[in-house]
Design a protein around this ligand. Structure first.
Ligand code: ADP
Ligand code: MG
Length: 337
């Protein structure tokens, strides 16, 4: 079966103020039909540019893009079997919710009764059945987000492109929408390509994640693969808290040139059998755990996340650190190339 989306050696260079900016740098990537794929990375790393090239809004400087086996390099956005949900939702303020959702069918000349019936069904799907006659300004942020989704889905895209769709929502609503969006994708079984800078969002929703760093794809893997086996220091640190050990510290503690251990994999315990000894510098409360910063005898500082019901050390106390072999992961210098 053809890939849902395939990028082959795609780059995008912008020229602004006499300077060339390589926004996307030689990215190759295959997304499978029905996959929930996330482009994750810090601000300015090239995620939006990458998504815009898939949608047809930005032309690659080099490389080739195909969607469901068809090369789309010369196709304008409206001829591609994809729909984009933009970050700001881009709803028409003067139109009702129903007309916003039905818009693309209206443009295609679909009869009013047919398109309104279809738009109502989609409003049911996104759980907004009673809002059809309102204007966007009369909705909350989360409701506007659902209208934008319904509007995108009405043209039955094979691939839905979403650029930071939950970025404008507060934390509680964002977490609720993450669950709903994932559930919707599973039910519709269409391909979702999501852009986000939020690692929790990426980890909790995606089948696979591609991590961007300065226009390059640094690693592609499943959420657990990325978190537990990051290829590089950048991926290790972007996905969550990480103790990255380098040079002598890595050699002494792990026997490799660079390695990482997640803070939740470190335990405090008896002197006997301990990996290293250290002195607790600070203890920080995070609600669901305590984070201890420990200055080790070897000169390295490590952070350890301690369960809320564990016996806590005091600042200044000498402690003994334990971890399993499987908690140590070697890091490479560079990512996919
Ligand atoms: P992200 O979505 O990861 O924040 P973008 O793809 O928006 O990143 O931007 C990547 C880089 O390309 C940034 O340095 C940004 O300033 C630059 N860039 C994006 N769009 C344009 C443009 N239209 N003209 C010039 N530079 C741009
Ligand atoms: Mg962006």
């Amino acid at each position: 079966m053809a890939h849902a989306v395939s990028l082959s050696g795609v780059s995008c260079v912008f020229h602004s103020g006499g300077r060339a900016v390589k926004a996307v740098d030689d990215v190759s990537l295959d997304i499978q039909p029905g996959e929930f794929f996330t482009l994750l990375g810090p601000s300015g790393s090239g995620k939006t540019t990458c998504l815009r090239m898939i949608g047809g809004f930005t032309r690659p400087t080099s490389g080739t893009l195909s969607i469901h086996g068809e090369v789309v390099d010369s196709l304008p956005p409206y001829l591609r079997p994809v729909t984009t949900v933009f970050q700001d939702y881009a709803l028409f303020p003067h139109m009702t919710v129903l007309d916003n959702v039905a818009y693309s069918l209206m443009v295609r000349g679909v009869a009013k009764s047919v398109r309104e019936k279809r738009a109502s069904e989609l409003l049911e799907l996104v759980r907004l059945p009673d809002m059809s006659s309102r204007k966007p300004a009369q909705l909350s942020g989360g409701q506007r987000q659902r209208v934008a989704l319904a509007r995108a889905l009405i043209s039955e895209p094979k691939v839905l492109l979403l650029d930071e769709p939950l970025g404008a929502l507060d934390l509680k609503l964002r977490e609720q929408m993450q669950v709903e969006l994932k559930e919707l994708q599973r039910r519709l079984a269409i391909t979702f390509v999501l852009v986000t800078h939020d690692q929790h969002e990426a980890l909790s929703m995606s089948d696979r994640i591609g991590v961007f760093n300065r226009g390059r794809l640094e690693q592609i893997d499943t959420p657990t693969g990325l978190y537990e086996q990051p290829a590089t220091r950048f991926v290790a640190e972007f996905l969550g808290a990480a103790n990255v050990l380098e040079a002598d510290a890595a050699q002494q503690l792990t026997g490799s040139a660079a390695a990482m251990i997640r803070p939740e994999r470190i335990r405090l315990g008896a002197e006997q059998g301990a990996r290293v000894r250290g002195v607790v510098q600070t203890l920080q409360y995070f609600g669901s755990f305590w984070r201890a910063k420990i200055q080790c005898d070897q000169g390295t500082a490590l952070i350890a996340d301690l369960a809320i019901d564990s016996v806590l050390p005091a600042a200044g106390e000498t402690v003994h650190l334990h971890w399993d072999d499987s908690a140590i992961h070697r890091l490479n210098e560079t990512g996919m190339r």
